[in-house]
Design a protein around this ligand. Sequence first.
Ligand code: SAH
Length: 481
Amino acid sequence: MLLTITTTHSPATDIGYLLHKSPDNLHSKKLPFGQAHVFYPEATKEKCTAALLLDIDPIGLVRKNRGTAFPLEQYVNDRPYVASSFMSVAINRVFGTLLSGTSKHRQELVDQDIPLKTKIYALPCRANKSFLKDLFEPLGYDVETESYALDRKFPEWGDSSYFTLTLEKSCPLRELLIHLYVLIPVLDNKKHYFIGDDEVEKLLQYGEGWLQDHPQKEKIANRYFRNLRSFSRIALDRLADDSPVIDDDEESGDPVKADSQEEALEDSIKTEKKVSLHIQRHKAVIHALKEHNITTLLDLGCGEGKLLRFLKNEKSFSKIAGCDVSIKSLEIVLERLKPDEQRRGEPEIELFQSALTYRDKRFSDYEAATLVEVIEHIDVSRLSALERVVFEAANPRVVIVTTPNSEYNTLFETLSAGQFRHTDHRFEWTRLEFKDWANRVAKSNGYEVSFHPIGDEDKKYGAPSQMAVFVKPDIEEKKAG
Ligand code: SAH
């Protein structure tokens, strides 16, 4: 199992610096499935080639992998000989420092485009041969594939599903390694290691900046997760969900979050007490939570953590948590709320990334869940998934949902007819539409629901925002008794 990377960058031996492996030595590392060796078959100033050779331990593999597909598989399989996803793991373990992307002394070299040619031998591609090109050409590589007859004595058997792949491109070496790290397992449909929750994070982390726009992103996600649809759907959802936020940032050139456009608009409402609408909204939510004696809360779609910031000073809460699809938002919350620096009397703060349209065990750990200005960011067709996840599966004692009241939009001078308050809103509801939805959800999941206007009410159009408080009646009564 062999991968070579050649450069003619001047001086070419810089590649040794980038890989943290000196061209003068042989470097060996023990991995769970065998040995990885890095060496340089050629190393001059003009041209330098780094080789990563994997020496898989077939016996160790058999011992570790008891669950095989057919009785002889443990003796007859291609794992020791092909550039399978072991190669991807080895890239990560052996070149991890470069993958992380930072260099103390020569950051400019890490970020620099250098001419690169890489060759991977015996690469299994169980899809059509053209899939290799479909994967790498959109990323700007010149792609060459060499195929091999299954058996030269029997040409009628056709070609095997193994290739030698050559890729050429001028780019940072890190970029090339990331593409190989993600795409080798995509080609190899026998991903060998356990697929855990962090795999989605890994794919998103390494896919940043290229996967979102890749024409084959569905196939990449599906195959990366060995067709475990639940994982690939989460990944694709997140790639899609994150995009409007990024677009907003790029267009306006400043770091706005999804909801600030809306807040700016809502702030144009001159309220009697001159308290901005989003503060009124968070106060109303906190008031309702306290009314129901809530002590642990999960803020779903917490954004930059505005509600959590208010709650941090509320002594009656012992644990408050925020979750969002957007890592960017969560990073902001982390910076602002510093959950690690919890002071005496302050609630414990938890943050995690998750999508609201997929079941997540962690959602069940709290007495209440809030969805503050979140549902309108979900496609109507996915709303029933959110209902199942929040009301049916997580099923907390109290759920609070707020959403704009679309009737009020006509009073915003800057909003034209039919326009939503935010470009990422998928819908906005009238008071009746919200009530119909909430009543149906409450009825089918055993909640009682009450409705509350937020902000100053207009006689005809109602208040700018609306809140529904869902409460499980039986548990409430028991508590009271
Ligand atoms: N509740 C916050 C933010 C509201 S903006 C506040 O009141 O300030 C809507 C938030 O929902 C965004 O942060 C967005 O990233 C998040 N979101 C949108 N779709 C989501 C999904 N499917 N799963 C989880 N969060 C989602």
